[in-house]
Design a protein around this ligand. Sequence first.
Ligand SMILES: CC(C)(COP(=O)(O)OP(=O)(O)OC[C@H]1O[C@@H](n2cnc3c(N)ncnc32)[C@H](O)[C@@H]1OP(=O)(O)O)[C@@H](O)C(=O)NCCC(=O)NCCSC(=O)C[C@H](O)C(=O)O
Ligand code: MG
Length: 285
Amino acid sequence: MTQSMRPFRSVLYIPGSKERALDKARSLPADAIIFDLEDAVAPDAKDEARVTLRAELDKGGYGNRARLVRINGFDTPWGNADIQAFRGAEVDGILLPKVNSAYDIETLADMMSDVAIWAMMETASGVLNAKEIAAHPRLAGIVMGTNDLIKELGAQPAPDRAEIQTALQLSVIAARADGVPIVDGVYNAFKDDEGLWNECDQGRRLGFDGKTLIHPAQIEIANKAFAPSDDDLDLARRQIAAFEEAEAAGQGVAVVDGKIVENLHIVTAKALIGKAEAIAALEGS
Ligand SMILES: CC(C)(COP(=O)(O)OP(=O)(O)OC[C@H]1O[C@@H](n2cnc3c(N)ncnc32)[C@H](O)[C@@H]1OP(=O)(O)O)[C@@H](O)C(=O)NCCC(=O)NCCSC(=O)C[C@H](O)C(=O)O
Ligand SMILES: [Mg+2]
C-alpha cells in the first residue's frame, strides 16, 4: 500500500518492554502501531526492551499495519543504541521524539540511510519549525505529542484543547503543505469513551488523519471517527454523478441537496471514496 493511501485512523502505542502487549497487537485492528522505546519504557528497562522488541519484530505477524519504532532522542543515553539495534529491521518508519528542527531529521537521516523518518511534534521549537520539518525529503509523517507540548508550554489542559489549537493547526497546515500524513495526540483518560469520541471528532474536523492511542479499547472508536461515514460516501457518490451529468450538458456546476458542486468538490469526493477503499483493503488483508 502506498504511503499516501495508507489509513492512519488508529495508531496504537505499545511499550517495547511488554511482551504480552506486543503479542496481543498482532490481532488488534489498529491501522498502525508505534512500538515505543521512549516514554512508555522505564530507564532501567530500556536495554531489555530494545532486545525484546527487535526479536518480536523479527518474528513478524503484524500484517499490513504500519509499524513505527519510537526511539529515544540523541540527547539521551539510549538513542544511539536504539538506532544501531533497529538498522535493517522490518519496519515502516522510525519515529524521532521531541524534534526541534529539520536538523534533527537530517542527523537521523545520516545515521539511518534506508528508512522512512517520522517526527514527534511536541516542542515549542518544533511547532515553530513545522514547515521545514515537514518539508525534509526523508520526512514521512508527523505524530502530535500533546502531553509534552502542554508540559513545555506550561499550559493547562482543557476539554476543548484551546491551549494547543494554534499548535495543532500549524502542524496540520505544515503536513498538508508537504503531503505527509499527520496523526493527533493521545487521549489520556483511556476509559472515557465519550471524551475520546469528542476529541477524535475535533481532530478529524481539524484535518488529522487519525489519532494515537494508548489502549486497545480505544481502537474501535478512532477507526469509526476517522473513517468516511455511510452518509459521507452517499453524498460523495451523488455529487460525482450530478457533476458528470452537468458536465455532459456543458455546465461546470451541479447542485446537490441545495448546494453547488464544482470540480474541487469532486476531487474531495473521489479522495473520500479512495480512503474508504483503502480502509476496506486493509481490513480485508
Ligand atoms: C494504560 C495502560 C498502562 C493500561 O494497562 P493495563 O491496566 O494493563 O490495561 P488492561 O488490563 O485494560 O489491558 C487489557 C489487555 O490489553 C493489553 N494492552 C494494554 N495496553 C496495550 C497496548 N497499548 N497495546 C497492546 N495491548 C495492550 C494488556 O496486555 C491486556 O492484555 P491481556 O492480558 O492479554 O488481556 C496500558 O494500556 C499501557 O501501557 N498503554 C501504553 C502507554 C504508552 O504507550 N504510553 C506512552 C505513549 S503516550 C506518549 O508518550 C504521548 C506523547 O509522547 C506525548 O507527549 O503526548
Ligand atoms: Mg511525548
